[in-house]
Design a protein around this ligand. Structure first.
Ligand SMILES: C[S@@+](CC[C@H](N)C(=O)[O-])C[C@H]1O[C@@H](n2cnc3c(N)ncnc32)[C@H](O)[C@@H]1O
Ligand code: SF4
Length: 329
């Protein structure tokens, strides 16, 4: 079980209209009363480490860097000889240079949100004016600290593909590749505010003024089949010109293969899932976890014994089991 994923606290300093980790009926991301305690999180890390995990992805549930126990948990991961991979919107880094330097010393990898270089698009879809400028500062600080100076790199961009950023995705991909930043360009995870891979409005959009709400509704429409095929082709051409080899089956437009197969995901309430998508391949059993930490289920045991996980391992191609195929035809 090499690569596992864990939530930190649910609150967030943004409110992305497309957030897959929040329900459609929720206006904003707030703390949940029954979140895992820090002691439970430590015990889960012990279980992960005992099963051989090498990397721990801190994937949410909200913004990990504002969890009050963030630094304690990073320390606990490194103390157990695992590498922390922090998925973040980067807002805190733009003002907290100490934290950036500290995370570098702790051997962290950082994956930062990068949907658009246009503030008009990014600020609207994340629900916070001034975010894009702060994110750019954060990227520069992370590069200055050396995160993109390592081999393999310790800096990634996580980009969600949608109508309003479609035309700039090749440039984001090229920018990442030429700066030793790992690119992740992906379709919607089919859950939460983008259930079934669609964007058809939610309570967070209703919160916006009419004009911004209308803009966000049209900006976040998923790519058409033609756009999807053209994007795979275009990014493959960029990679070929740069000498980057891609596998035929990818989970991301940017060429990466699915790595969720190498572990499990434990959410902030202690539910254990095969993947952050919180689905099984057979969508009739969508939204049912495969275990619950507080019922004494242990990820290490489920990993070895669960038939669905064995099935995933036996049918693995590198593609995402829950989204449309991204095969270069
Ligand atoms: C859930 S967030 C949590 C970490 C942090 N708050 C952030 O946004 O980077 C982790 C990553 O998932 C991405 N994400 C959020 N909603 C998504 C969706 N509906 N489909 C695909 N990716 C999504 C975010 O943009 C982010 O890069
Ligand atoms: S995607 Fe990340 S930054 Fe945006 S609302 Fe969700 S948790 Fe917060």
């Amino acid at each position: 079980m090499l690569n596992v994923s864990l939530d930190l606290s649910n609150p967030c300093n943004l409110n992305c209209a497309y957030c897959f980790i929040e329900e459609k009926s929720s206006v904003r991301k707030l703390r949940r009363p029954d979140e895992l305690t820090v002691e439970e999180t430590m015990a889960i890390l012990d279980d992960f480490a005992g099963a051989g995990a090498r990397t721990v992805n801190l994937v949410g549930a909200g913004e990990p860097t504002i969890d009050p126990h963030f630094e304690t948990i990073i320390d606990a991961i490194t103390a157990r000889h695992m590498t922390p991979v922090v998925f973040t919107n980067g807002l805190r880094f733009s003002t907290d240079h100490r934290l950036v330097r500290w995370l570098y010393q702790k051997n962290c990898t950082i994956v930062i949100k990068y949907n658009s270089s246009s503030a008009a698009v990014e600020d609207a879809i994340v629900g916070r004016s001034g975010y894009t400028r702060a994110r750019e500062q954060a990227v520069e600080l992370l590069r200055d600290a050396g995160f993109a100076g390592a081999t393999p790199t310790r800096l990634g961009f996580d980009t969600v593909a949608f109508g309003a950023n479609y035309a700039e995705l090749p440039e984001i991909h090229r920018l990442a590749r030429t700066r030793n930043i790992y690119p992740i360009i992906a379709d919607y995870i089919p859950t939460g505010r983008t259930n079934h891979g669609l964007f058809d409005g939610n309570a967070a959009v209703d919160l916006l003024d009419d004009m911004t709400g209308d803009f966000v509704m049209s900006a976040l429409q998923p790519l058409s089949a033609l756009q999807r095929a053209a994007l795979v082709r275009k990014l493959s051409e960029i990679d070929a010109a740069l000498g980057v080899t891609r596998s035929a089956d990818c989970a991301y437009y940017s060429g990466g293969r699915c790595t969720q197969l190498l572990g499990l995901y434990v959410d902030i309430l202690g539910h254990i899932w095969p993947c952050v998508a919180r689905q099984w391949r057979d969508q009739s059993v969508q939204l049912s976890p495969i275990g619950f930490w507080r019922d004494n289920d242990r990820p290490s045991l489920i990993w070895r014994s669960h038939p669905y996980l064995r099935h995933l391992r036996n049918t693995y191609t590198g593609a995402c089991p829950y989204k449309n195929a991204l095969r270069l035809s």
